[in-house]
Write a protein that binds this ligand. Structure first.
Ligand SMILES: [Zn+2]
Ligand SMILES: [Zn+2]
Length: 54
């Protein structure tokens, strides 16, 4: 899956400086999240395995 959008708010992530990518702790799938959601500590949900976390 190539689309890069925040898994939390669904915003399109077009600037590399505006988001962070980290591997899912459970399955290793890359999860992209915008800095705003990271700062707010909104929950994410893994597209691959459905894991949710802060
Ligand atoms: Zn977001
Ligand atoms: Zn996962």
């Amino acid at each position: 899956m190539e689309s890069e959008e925040c898994v939390t708010c669904g915003k399109n992530l077009d600037s590399a400086e505006s988001f962070v990518i980290f591997p899912c702790p459970d399955c290793g799938e890359e999860i992209a999240r915008c800095r705003r959601c990271k700062k707010l500590r909104n929950d994410y949900e893994c597209d691959n395995c459905g894991l949710t976390g802060p």
